[in-house]
Design a protein around this ligand. Structure first.
Ligand code: SF4
Length: 72
Protein backbone atom coordinates (compact mmCIF):
# COMPACT_ATOMS: atom_id res chain seq x y z
CA UNK A 1 0.00 0.00 0.00
CA UNK A 2 1.09 3.57 -0.60
CA UNK A 3 2.78 4.63 2.64
CA UNK A 4 1.91 8.30 2.04
CA UNK A 5 -1.75 7.33 1.90
CA UNK A 6 -1.39 5.25 5.05
CA UNK A 7 0.27 8.17 6.85
CA UNK A 8 -2.47 10.53 5.69
CA UNK A 9 -5.27 8.23 6.83
CA UNK A 10 -4.43 7.97 10.52
CA UNK A 11 -6.50 5.33 12.31
CA UNK A 12 -8.45 4.35 9.20
CA UNK A 13 -5.28 2.84 7.76
CA UNK A 14 -5.37 0.05 10.31
CA UNK A 15 -9.10 -0.17 11.03
CA UNK A 16 -11.06 -3.24 10.04
CA UNK A 17 -14.02 -1.08 9.01
CA UNK A 18 -12.07 0.86 6.39
CA UNK A 19 -12.37 0.13 2.71
CA UNK A 20 -9.97 1.69 0.24
CA UNK A 21 -11.68 3.09 -2.83
CA UNK A 22 -9.75 4.05 -5.95
CA UNK A 23 -11.57 6.30 -8.41
CA UNK A 24 -11.33 5.97 -12.17
CA UNK A 25 -8.97 8.95 -12.10
CA UNK A 26 -6.61 7.22 -9.69
CA UNK A 27 -7.55 9.11 -6.52
CA UNK A 28 -7.73 6.98 -3.41
CA UNK A 29 -10.22 7.37 -0.56
CA UNK A 30 -11.04 5.59 2.64
CA UNK A 31 -14.67 4.60 3.04
CA UNK A 32 -15.94 3.82 6.52
CA UNK A 33 -18.10 0.70 6.51
CA UNK A 34 -19.55 1.63 9.90
CA UNK A 35 -21.29 4.54 8.20
CA UNK A 36 -23.56 2.07 6.41
CA UNK A 37 -25.32 1.24 9.67
CA UNK A 38 -24.38 4.01 12.10
CA UNK A 39 -25.07 7.68 11.31
CA UNK A 40 -22.40 8.83 13.77
CA UNK A 41 -19.76 7.93 11.18
CA UNK A 42 -19.03 9.70 7.93
CA UNK A 43 -18.97 7.54 4.83
CA UNK A 44 -15.78 9.30 3.71
CA UNK A 45 -14.00 10.41 6.88
CA UNK A 46 -11.89 13.55 6.90
CA UNK A 47 -8.32 12.36 7.05
CA UNK A 48 -6.31 11.91 9.08
CA UNK A 49 -8.64 10.34 11.64
CA UNK A 50 -6.79 10.73 14.92
CA UNK A 51 -9.54 9.61 17.29
CA UNK A 52 -12.54 7.46 16.52
CA UNK A 53 -15.04 5.70 18.79
CA UNK A 54 -15.54 3.02 16.17
CA UNK A 55 -11.95 2.11 15.58
CA UNK A 56 -11.09 -1.57 15.77
CA UNK A 57 -7.73 -2.72 14.51
CA UNK A 58 -7.46 -5.29 11.78
CA UNK A 59 -6.89 -8.62 13.45
CA UNK A 60 -3.65 -10.06 12.14
CA UNK A 61 -3.80 -13.56 10.73
CA UNK A 62 -2.73 -16.20 13.22
CA UNK A 63 0.74 -17.60 12.69
CA UNK A 64 0.90 -20.65 10.49
CA UNK A 65 0.86 -23.87 12.43
CA UNK A 66 4.14 -25.73 12.45
CA UNK A 67 4.55 -28.31 9.77
CA UNK A 68 3.65 -31.86 10.71
CA UNK A 69 6.62 -34.00 11.63
CA UNK A 70 7.74 -36.32 8.87
CA UNK A 71 6.29 -39.83 9.03
CA UNK A 72 8.52 -42.45 10.63
S1 SF4 B 1 -14.58 3.30 12.26
FE1 SF4 B 1 -13.34 5.18 12.45
S2 SF4 B 1 -11.22 4.50 12.15
FE2 SF4 B 1 -12.58 2.86 11.37
S3 SF4 B 1 -12.82 3.30 9.20
FE3 SF4 B 1 -14.54 4.29 10.25
S4 SF4 B 1 -13.79 6.40 10.62
FE4 SF4 B 1 -12.00 5.15 10.15
Amino acid sequence: MDSALTDRAGLCASCRFAEIITSSRGSTFYRCLRADTDPRFRRYPVLPVLRCAGYEPVVPAPPASPASPPPK
